[in-house]
Design a protein around this ligand. Structure first.
Ligand SMILES: *Cc1c(COP(=O)(O)O)cnc(C)c1O
Length: 402
């Protein structure tokens, strides 16, 4: 029996009593309907158990229904959720201090934080930072082909995938693209209108393509020489996912600004822009904002995530379990190579194997991964994934690729 893809989530039309989909159909037909999770496991409404090796796209890094995060959110919800940015709240203030400390420890220096609700919003804030930093006439940002920076119009313009731009033309002006990993291609895009370069340390949506350390170091040198901001989008790679707190640490570079989201709230919608203090100060009161910037509720999750990741040594877990998963995948006939770092891995399938087909068969067996492109499966399980869960997932992959 093949896996039953739901046509659409179903609701009852109040007037006519007919079944209909209550969502604007921007997402493809969903493969399953879930109502409960625990750690690496998810259960569908029909009671089927799945192993989640995608974590809501590298979001639920501490596992579903993590009790520490759940307690923090629940306590905060009963205490104070939101007050607006006419006022401060103690939770967001402490969360900003926590993130600043992480960035200092990561070697990026002393900086400040702006909270928002998503990765795209963090990148929108970075665009405004870059434009204000550069000044009029020096507003252009360069990003890489194959990058992904979000779906809002500015973040989409940053995203170096021209096909995604087409139906929304005209795009905002002031964005250029270079070949990822090719320093000469970047250099060719730089002139005195460029304010910033933004790159991912590993292109996640682009197919789990890591940047070489030497490339990131060369980008940093070039940016420093020309007085251009070097911004790293750590939305997918941040918060221990790659085996360091932030992906750029593998290269030992010192970005001027960093965007983050996904893993930082374990599913609570929250993101942030961090910028070194001298650069952050170009943004002044009134230049940017969000009603929901730094709500006590969202930042209570951030604080819980940071303290829990520190307590368990989440970066080391990502390294250790990533090594186990990689070694196991490389044993399986049908997997040609494995890219990535920590627990953000792309398994390159052997010639002729279609990732989308493998994805569907794995789903039938009860393993959730993602066909990040036509020939690559992305694995991003919770960093808390156990040895036996990895072994169980590996045996399902081996059976499907037989
Ligand atoms: C997911 C992602 C984004 C967008 O984040 P949203 O929260 O979906 O807006 C931006 N950059 C990278 C690298 C991402 O992986």
């Amino acid at each position: 029996m093949s896996h039953q893809f739901l046509e659409t989530p179903i609701a009852q039309d109040a007037n006519q009593g007919n079944d209909y989909c209550p969502f604007i159909p921007v997402f493809g037909a969903p493969a399953e309907m879930f109502d409960r999770g625990e750690g690496t496991q998810l259960w569908s409404v029909g009671g089927k158990r799945y192993l989640d090796f995608l974590s809501g796209i590298a979001v639920v890094s501490l596992g579903h229904a993590n009790p520490v995060v759940a307690q923090a959110i629940s306590d905060q919800a009963n205490k104070l959720v939101h007050v607006s940015n006419f006022f401060a709240n103690t939770v967001a203030t402490q969360a900003a201090v926590d993130i600043s400390q992480l960035m200092t420890d990561a070697g990026a220096g002393d900086g400040q934080v702006f909270f928002c609700n998503s990765g795209a919003e963090a990148n929108e804030a970075a665009i405004k930072l870059a434009r204000k930093f550069g000044g009029r006439g020096r507003h252009v940002m360069v990003t890489a082909y194959g990058s992904f920076h979000g779906r809002t119009l500015g973040a989409l313009a940053l995203t170096g995938q021209p096909a995604k731009h087409e139906v929304f033309q005209p795009m905002p002006e002031g964005f250029r693209y270079c070949e990822f990993g090719d320093i000469a291609s970047l250099e060719a895009q730089l002139d005195d209108t460029v304010s910033a370069v933004m790159l991912e340390s590993i292109q996640g949506e682009g197919g789990v393509i890591p940047a070489d350390a030497t490339y990131l170091q060369a980008v940093q040198r070039l940016c420093n020489e020309r007085g251009i901001l070097f911004i790293i989008d750590e939305v997918q790679t941040g918060f221990c996912r790659t085996g360091k707190w932030f992906g750029f640490e593998h290269a030992g570079v010192r970005p001027d600004a960093v965007t983050m989201a996904k893993g930082m709230g374990n599913g609570m919608p929250v993101g942030a822009l961090w910028a070194r203090r001298d650069i952050a100060s170009v943004l002044q009161p009134g230049d940017h904002g969000s009603t929901y910037s730094g709500t006590a509720l969202a930042t209570s999750a951030v604080r819980a995530v940071i303290s829990e990741m520190k307590r368990m040594g989440a970066s080391d877990l990502a390294v250790k379990q990533g090594a186990r998963l990689t070694a196991g995948l490389l044993q399986i006939k049908g997997i040609a190579s494995v890219r990535g770092s920590g627990l953000l891995l792309g398994a390159q399938l052997a010639d002729g194997i279609v990732a989308g087909d493998v994805y569907k068969l794995l789903l039938e067996k009860g393993l959730i991964v993602n066909a990040v492109n036509a020939s690559t499966l992305r694995f991003a399980p919770p960093l808390t994934v156990s040895d036996s869960e990895i072994d169980e997932a590996l045996s399902m992959v081996a059976e499907v690729l037989q």
